[in-house]
Write a protein that binds this ligand. Sequence first.
Ligand code: ZN
Length: 256
Amino acid sequence: MDAGTNASFDPAQLPLRTELSACVRLMHDAGILNYNGHVSARIKGQDQLLIHSLVTPRSKVAPEHFVVCDLDGEPMEAAPGLKPPSEVHIHSQIYKARPDVDAIAHIHAESVIAFTLTVGGPCLELMRCDAVRWRSGIPMHPDPTRIRSREQGAELAATLGPHRAALMRAHGAVLVAPGAPAVFADTIQFDENARAQLLAATLGTPAPLSEAELDALEEASPPEFMDHYVNKIWRYYVERGRAAGLIPDDWAAHLG
Ligand SMILES: [Zn+2]
């Protein structure tokens, strides 16, 4: 086994590790992940999560670069050179608090951070039609430091509450979803929505979606449509990544 990889993982984890690897590479290519940020998934049926190693460049993450951790953020296996990110507690504590969540993205995207940096300035609003999925609210976590302890992770999970996304003051955001393709689609569109608000503000006063418009959008977006929509976004980016050489052809069987 090479330092920094673990090729002897449970083969049953290969589909999930491949999906997560694609998520990381594609988010990196989209500029949403860089030297910071991470994506994880719950290993269903077990109180464990998969997260890519601290030391692996996000552009290179592959199935053998993941660490299995328990829901206290502790690695479950000794793989030389593989360590979870120092902010693993973001993930472990949210999985603990939210049984409905199976995938999490933590991002440091500039578009999103901007909305945590102004005094009395505009909040991040629901601008684009796709943003209806965050209608329940996008709270902001006040702690600007790295989430480096279980306690801080639990505090962030409390701020997130039942919502699908939370901002983190001067730091970034966390997004949660029922699976890796869904958290990928959410993250892409969360960034799009933030950039749309910034762009609209250069033209005039942004007009967020009204309650009536949100009602109409919810009615037009039943769960079966959202499943189709997530799949459409996911397949678009996977195919684009495959054509650009970011996604190896032999991952295709696990990417839907
Ligand atoms: Zn962070």
